[in-house]
Design a protein. Structure first.
Length: 313
């Protein structure tokens, strides 16, 4: 593996004619927005590009252009020869699921996670960027690649969702500059936020129930909130917003969202105001960012919660 410069990335993309483009499983706004925008940008450069994700795509992203071009792994079993497997917004090889088995092409990775395991043959890593969408916008600007209105909407969504609509500590001057670049190219912040943050009556009713699971620890500096199997069956992967309910409590430093994947596996999202939660997630084989990380614990939800509480500083 080798970390590569922006010029080396540009050269690699120039030499690749057929690109398989993917993101991590349980795709979020940054993953989907980055992929859709870069897909369109690469097509404009004359590349043959196939988007594939080893997971379902949340319905809330259906307003973006080219979502219907995203293929499943099953639809990509007989691909023509691939020159490059391009992975966006994934910090480990395992995070792309079964996509890696579709081809034997060199792997290139564009990412912003401090926990990146450097699995790719070529890694373009910008840990000081709030989102992979911010990286893609920056690349388009520096390479003078045109940004269409549909690209701008996708990238604005990618950037905004990964920095809490510019509320989180990962928001920098460059983050705002790239978001402004998207708006100048036609992105509509109001439509994007209204679409992404829309709440159904069913979800609001569920939220009332989920709030009953909130618990505080360590003099109320740590808070947990739980999504049991029934809640996850309703929500699928659309669990955005639940961790913010407890993160916004004035005394809370570490906010923990626990999601029951099944009776013996729990997925965890960690957010903080001061503590390095990447260091906590790494103890369970996870990672992400200093203020926002995640992991999967092979324990039922109650036991996973206690295991986490034990290792908290």
């Amino acid at each position: 593996m080798s970390k590569i410069s922006i010029n080396q990335l540009h050269m690699a993309l120039s030499e690749a004619n057929s690109i398989l483009l993917t993101v991590h499983v349980h795709p979020d706004g940054d993953a989907i927005g980055s992929m859709l925008a870069f897909y369109e940008a690469l097509l404009a450069q004359g590349k043959k590009v196939t988007m594939v994700v080893d997971d379902s795509i949340p319905e809330k992203f259906s307003f973006l252009s080219y979502v219907d071009c995203i293929k499943t792994v099953e639809q990509c079993q007989d691909l023509d020869p691939i020159d490059m497997l391009l992975v966006l917004d994934a910090s480990t090889y395992e995070r792309i699921g079964q996509v890696g088995a579709l081809c034997s092409a060199p792997i290139f990775n564009i990412d912003h996670h401090i926990s990146n395991t450097e699995f790719a043959d070529g890694l373009y890593l910008k840990t000081d960027f709030a989102a992979t969408g911010e990286i893609i916008a920056d690349l388009c600007k520096k390479w003078n690649w045109p940004m269409t209105e549909s690209m701008a909407n996708a990238l604005y969504m990618a950037i905004a969702t990964d920095c809490g609509f510019f509320k989180f500590s990962n928001t920098t001057a460059n983050t705002l500059e790239m978001a402004a670049l998207c708006v100048a190219a036609g992105a509509r912040p109001n439509q994007i936020s209204e679409t992404i943050e829309a709440v159904s009556a069913e979800r609001l009713t569920l939220t009332k129930q989920v709030m009953q699971t909130i618990e505080f620890y360590k003099d109320s500096s740590v808070a947990t909130i739980e999504l049991n199997r029934d809640a996850m069956d309703i929500l699928g992967d659309d669990t955005d917003g639940f961790v913010d309910i407890i993160r916004n409590v004035d005394t809370v430093d570490i906010a923990i969202l626990l999601k029951a994947q099944n009776d013996s596996i729990t997925r965890v999202s960690l957010r903080s105001k001061r503590t390095d939660v990447n260091a906590i997630a790494s103890q369970f084989g996870g990672g992400g960012h200093v203020r926002a990380s995640g992991c999967t614990i092979n324990l039922p939800l109650p036991e996973a919660k206690m295991a986490l509480i034990k290792v908290l500083p």
